[in-house]
Design a protein around this ligand. Structure first.
Ligand SMILES: NC(=O)C1=CN([C@@H]2O[C@H](COP(=O)(O)OP(=O)(O)OC[C@H]3O[C@@H](n4cnc5c(N)ncnc54)[C@H](O)[C@@H]3O)[C@@H](O)[C@H]2O)C=CC1
Ligand SMILES: [Mg+2]
Length: 361
């Protein structure tokens, strides 16, 4: 029995997720390699301390903005630029470039101060994102030499390594755009320079950017895996089961409930795999797991209108779907050929991980 199978055998109600986290760390599996990364610890610590300072010190953050880099968005659509090879990249600007563009478009250069901090390079060059939705889109595109693209589409166009920064930038901008008022007093809230919090001066309430916890689980019966589709998904796309955590639930309670609610199955065991920030439609922290059901417990029963279809797929079907161009456009296979979310999405990563483990059995 492989390590994967052995870990999967942990019962869902006794083998708490924490046990699984610890075991995976001890075994040096995926979790460890994500977590430790390749960079030296001291450079990482100094970066994190620098970012902390920028969040706490408005003056230092404003200085960092003037020497930093900025990603641009228009009504939350990131700016992309097509390269000579036909690939898309994320153009970055500096504060004087953005001031110049705003000036040419007749807008107040003060708009630059709405930039929010999203990270910094190894050499402490701060990275910001800014929404220039107040200016005319085509004029801004002309001056910036790119196009503002809906984030969903950008997932298919960008390199995977560019996606986390662009989604983080969009999510933080969206949060500011929807938290302009205090929910207790109705008065305006004010952001700090970094954009890491907003405060209502009248009530003193401080608001912090939030993500909703969501579980996503790839259920397997040992030989096949279960994927489902909502009617709003693009044609032919199936994904792993997912659902928002209810107030007061643990991760394993949500996993068990969502699988029971959506497909009428009872999970036998679960294994934490990885997590991902997902910006759509609003920020979620996706907690990705593998789940198993016993072979006598595989009869799917859909409830209500949430899922349009749910099916068991064989390893061969999954391998074909992973190879397929997405969205599926192969004329021979027809527009509704089965495909899975793009490689950046955690659903895809869970599917790939399952397929890899099946091949080792
Ligand atoms: N990155 C990835 O690979 C994937 C990401 N997702 C994301 O996971 C999220 C949850 O997926 P679903 O299966 O649709 O969830 P779900 O199964 O919990 O159903 C959504 C429904 O739950 C209710 N709900 C409860 N709490 C909510 C909250 N905090 N925000 C919004 N609705 C809430 C609403 O009625 C909503 O229509 C979605 O945002 C989706 O974009 C889903 C699949 C793959
Ligand atoms: Mg769901």
């Amino acid at each position: 029995m492989t390590v994967f199978r052995w870990l999967c055998a942990l019962p869902v109600d006794r083998g708490e997720m924490f046990t699984v986290f610890t075991m995976r760390r001890m075994l040096g599996l995926h979790f460890g390699s994500h977590f430790l990364g390749a960079r030296s610890c001291s450079s990482y610590v100094s970066k994190m301390r620098y970012l902390m300072r920028l969040k706490e010190d408005d003056k230092a953050c404003q200085e960092a903005l003037h020497s930093g880099t900025i990603l641009l968005y228009h009504k939350l659509a990131p700016l992309l630029r097509k390269t000579e090879t036909g690939a898309y990249e994320l153009p970055v600007f500096q504060a004087p470039d953005v001031s110049g563009i705003l000036d040419k478009l007749g807008k107040d250069k003060e708009l630059l101060n709405n930039s929010v901090l999203i990270g910094c390079s190894d050499t402490h060059v701060a990275q910001f994102s800014l929404d220039v939705g107040a200016v005319e889109q085509a004029a801004a595109e002309g001056l910036c030499g790119g196009v503002f693209v809906d984030l969903r589409k950008a997932f298919f166009l960008l390199q995977n390594s560019d996606v986390p920064l662009v989604t983080q930038g969009q999510a933080l901008l969206r949060w500011h755009q929807t938290h302009g008022y205090c929910s207790a007093t109705g008065r305006p809230t004010h952001s700090n320079q970094a954009g890491s919090q907003r405060v209502c001066h009248s009530s003193g309430i401080i608001y912090y950017p939030q993500m909703a916890p969501v579980v996503i689980v790839l259920v397997s019966d040992g030989k096949r895996c279960l994927l489902a589709r909502q009617s709003t998904f693009p044609r032919g796309m199936y994904s792993a089961l997912s659902g928002f955590c209810d107030m007061g639930e643990t991760v394993q309670e949500t996993l068990r409930r969502e699988v029971a609610e959506e497909v009428g199955l009872e999970l036998d065991s679960v294994l934490y795999s990885r997590s991902q920030h997902w910006p759509l439609p609003q920020s979620s922290l996706m907690i990705g797991c593998h789940g198993t059901v016993t072979s006598g417990n595989t009869q799917i029963s859909l409830r209500g209108s949430e899922l349009e279809d749910a099916r068991w797929f064989t390893l061969h079907e999954i391998q074909e779907a992973l190879k397929r161009k997405i969205p599926a456009r192969d004329k021979k296979e027809g527009p509704s050929a089965f495909w899975v979310p793009p490689s950046y999405a955690i659903a895809n990563q869970l599917i790939q991980e399952w397929a890899g483990q099946q091949l080792k059995l």
